[in-house]
Write a protein that binds this ligand. Structure first.
Ligand code: UD1
Length: 420
């Protein structure tokens, strides 16, 4: 049944919101859990649709999975298969992250190509190059990938930093014999989170967070307990929402350093920010000024996933801000929808020019991707009148309890089933 989120905007936000665990940490950590022939308990693992798709894959592979709210137990001692059917792969593009873990644990893996997604083509050449470098034999056969081989550690130099390929290589390397050195690795905090989880399983991994990750493979692994880090993109979304709607909020459950570039843009646009432990406080008087050009980049640069919500926040304001998207080809799909709400944004290839307008108005809009959907929520909270946001399957991939959390901040938000 199709649903919509209805938002009556124009009310300032106030209060505290705790962010849930990071989707982009939870997914590789769930894949990692199948490397150890034991039971792992993973906390702060929100029941998002992408997480549930990962659990379906684990169950299909023979793992025993228990889910209680945001606590998940995975017993991988019963793992019995190495193939992932097309239907399960299609549920979630990031399911390619299972390649390294399944191959590492069983010596073989069969899965389908993830294909493109809402953000444009999503190649996996770097993932496959890493697996091949470790000795995996990969055959591409009518949309299916068949991989086999015992893995041996070695040096791998990535031609560009890729979050997923770095994680996939780490998972395979943990099971390989000997030492693997990953050079030009991605440095995202989620990779550090994966390293920390792998260590609780008994793996020897160091260097995550820098561009060189060293894995001494072949250590005996066992189950472990782990708490996933807070979701920095969800935090960025709530900060953008309060920046846009005005008010004063506290966002807890994150590492403020992970949001340094996002906070810098919001501060430049006129918000007052303060950090205290795992809390970021933000105060905003409403319409924002402009900011210096925002270039998305691999961590520690400005995150591409925070671009849409920040753009929405700057759409109502008095300044002009230039965004330059360097990571994905189709990352401005929210712009047409924001224009329906009165935003003045011009896109030319990778560049978007946001000219702040004095007011946005509510409209019926549709999310075309996950963070684009977050942008529509942010704009709707700042807009006068009611907005109706559809395309919720995208938002539900990455936001748990979104409406409840926003209501907790004083927003007027409900989810309604649509007839027909
Ligand atoms: C991860 C995040 C996603 C985020 C992105 C960039 C997860 C589950 N998803 O995606 O939310 O937007 O990082 O921070 O963690 N590339 C190749 N070949 C490859 C792999 C990637 O050319 O084999 C390119 C991509 O097309 C893209 C760039 O490298 O232009 C970065 O992509 P990557 O870091 O791999 O993103 P994901 O891991 O897919």
């Amino acid at each position: 049944m199709k649903s919509a989120i209805l938002i009556k905007g124009g009310r300032p936000l106030a209060g505290t919101v705790k962010v849930h665990g990071a989707k982009n940490s939870a997914l590789p950590i769930l894949a990692a859990a199948l490397l150890a022939p034991g039971k792992s308990v993973i906390r702060n693992c929100p029941p998002l649709s992408d997480v549930n798709a990962s659990l379906d894959i684990l169950r299909h592979l023979g793992c025993t999975v228990e889910q209680d709210g945001d606590v998940i137990a995975v017993d991988a001692s019963t793992l019995s298969r190495w193939d992932i059917p097309d239907g399960l792969m299609r549920e979630m593009r990031s399911s390619v992250i299972f390649l390294g873990a399944v191959l590492g644990r069983t010596g073989q893996a069969e899965l389908s190509f993830p294909g493109g997604c809402e953000l444009g083509p999503r190649p996996i050449d770097l993932h496959l190059a890493a697996i091949r470098a470790l000795g995996g034999v990969v055959r591409e056969d009518g949309g299916r990938l068949r991989c086999a081989g015992g893995l041996t550690g070695r040096e791998i130099i990535f031609t560009r930093p890729s979050v997923g390929a770095t994680e996939n290589a780490m998972l395979a390397a943990v099971a390989a014999s000997g030492t693997t050195i990953l050079c030009n690795a991605a440095r995202e905090p989620e990779i550090v989170d994966l390293q920390n989880f792998l260590r609780t399983l008994g793996a020897s991994v160091r260097g995550a967070g820098t561009s060189m990750v060293v894995i001494e493979g072949g250590k005996p692994l066992h189950g472990g307990e782990y708490t996933v880090m807070g979701d920095r993109i969800v935090a960025a979304t709530y900060l953008a929402a309060a920046a846009a709607a005005g008010g004063e909020i506290a966002v807890s459950g994150v590492t403020p350093g992970h949001l340094a570039t996002v906070c810098a843009v919001l501060a430049e646009a006129g918000c007052v920010l303060r950090q205290e432990g795992d809390v970021i406080h933000l105060a905003s008087q409403g319409p924002l000024g402009g900011a210096k050009p925002v270039h998305t980049a691999p961590y520690p640069g400005f995150p591409t996933d925070a671009q849409p919500p920040l753009m929405a926040a700057l759409a109502r304001g008095t300044g002009i801000t230039l965004f330059v998207e360097h990571i994905f080809d189709s990352r401005y799909r929210h712009v047409d929808e924001l224009s329906r709400m009165g935003a003045d944004i011009r896109v030319e290839s990778r560049v978007a020019v946001v000219c702040g307008v004095p007011r946005l108005h509510g409209a019926a809009v549709e999310a075309a991707d996950l963070r684009g959907g977050a942008a529509l929520v942010v704009a709707a909270l700042a807009a006068e009148g009611e907005s109706r946001i559809t395309g919720l399957k995208h938002l539900d991939r990455g936001y748990w309890n979104l409406e409840e959390s926003l209501r907790g901040l004083g927003a007027e938000v409900v989810r309604r089933r649509l007839d027909s």
